[in-house]
Write a protein that binds this ligand. Structure first.
Ligand code: RRO
Length: 309
């Protein structure tokens, strides 16, 4: 129980879980996550209708990371609401995460209305950062649109809502976005989604087919960017807004660093895809060993306590 944590007031036995998109697209995969050492799971980002996603190959793994352009394949919001309801009924004391998005403001409101009217009892994550749908921008890079969307949603949305952000790279962007986020009763911020529109060359070709090879980068190469984003939000956001750290986590040390930078929960993406849900046990043991060695008995003993020189 050393790794127990709270996100937006909800308690979890383990602060480690999957990142949306990885091994969470259907009930069979969600069942494996539910049975694993992870504290909970989040679903694949859902849209109103089923989506096939982009052409294949749309994922490429290499030694230090991954590139993907899945293009939001998913089973539809009705499917995931139904799936999570089954898990909720089986485990009434466990809180699950449901990830959603849509293309266009009106459709974002439509999908959130479906969730608002449902009996879903967990945390809702609005993905404002999918980099892989052709012709559709990553919403959170447009500050005005993000502010307008959040203003509208919080007029009527009644469930706890977190947002998944893309990585930012400029201090003025952190400042501007924090000013927007701090206006709203947002449950949590999840940083970061994949680093959008990278390109990997393999032989003399791009490594994936959609978008002429451009795709979201994940894995250990993105950890420094992820840590910077987690800490930048920790420095700027109202303390009531929890932070979930995602990006480059494959060991207990990686998880430790995310928590030190301010994360209350950490999510594993690329490494989970490569190793399967038994990975949660190893990361859990490694993080607990680091804490024991340092004399920390719970994650709140060091969360956000990053030292400066
Ligand atoms: O499905 C995807 O292509 C995808 C999504 Br929705 C996302 O948010 N992040 C990502 O790297 N891929």
């Amino acid at each position: 129980m050393a790794l127990k944590t709270k996100v937006a007031g909800f308690e979890f036995d383990n602060c480690i879980m999957n990142a949306s998109g990885v091994l969470c697209s259907d009930v069979t995969s969600l069942e494996k996550l539910d049975q694993s050492a992870a504290g909970t799971f989040i679903t694949k980002t859902a849209t109103i209708e089923y989506r096939e996603g982009n052409v294949k190959p749309r994922y490429y793994k290499y030694n230090i990371g991954s590139i993907n352009s899945f293009g939001l394949p998913n089973m539809s919001i009705d499917y995931y609401l139904d799936a999570v309801k089954q898990f909720q009924e089986k485990n009434p004391n466990k809180t699950y995460f449901l990830s959603v998005t849509e293309m266009g403001e009106d459709k974002i409101y439509d999908i959130l209305k479906i969730v608002n009217d449902s009996d879903f009892e967990g945390l809702v994550e609005l993905n404002l950062s999918c980099p892989n749908v052709e012709g559709k921008p990553q919403v959170a890079y447009d500050f005005e649109t993000t502010e307008r969307i959040l203003t509208e949603i919080f007029k009527w949305f009644k469930k706890p809502l977190g947002i998944k952000l893309p990585p930012f790279f400029d201090m003025s962007h952190f400042d501007q976005m924090a000013d927007i986020i701090n206006q709203f009763p947002i449950a949590y911020v999840n940083a970061i989604n994949s680093i959008g529109n990278g390109l990997i060359v393999h032989d003399e070709s791009v490594a994936i087919k959609p978008k002429q090879g451009f795709g979201g980068l994940g894995g250990s190469i993105i950890k420094p960017t992820a840590l910077a984003n987690v800490h930048a939000w920790y420095q700027r956001l109202n303390p009531e807004i929890s932070i979930i750290g995602t990006g480059g986590i494959s060991t207990g040390q990686d998880a430790f660093e995310h928590i030190l930078c301010g994360a209350s929960m950490v999510q594993v993406g690329t490494a989970l895809g490569h190793n399967g849900p038994q990975l949660f046990e190893r990361i859990t043991q490694e993080l607990e060993a680091i804490m024991t060695q340092k004399g920390y008995s719970e994650i709140d003993d060091f969360r956000g306590q990053l030292q400066y020189l």
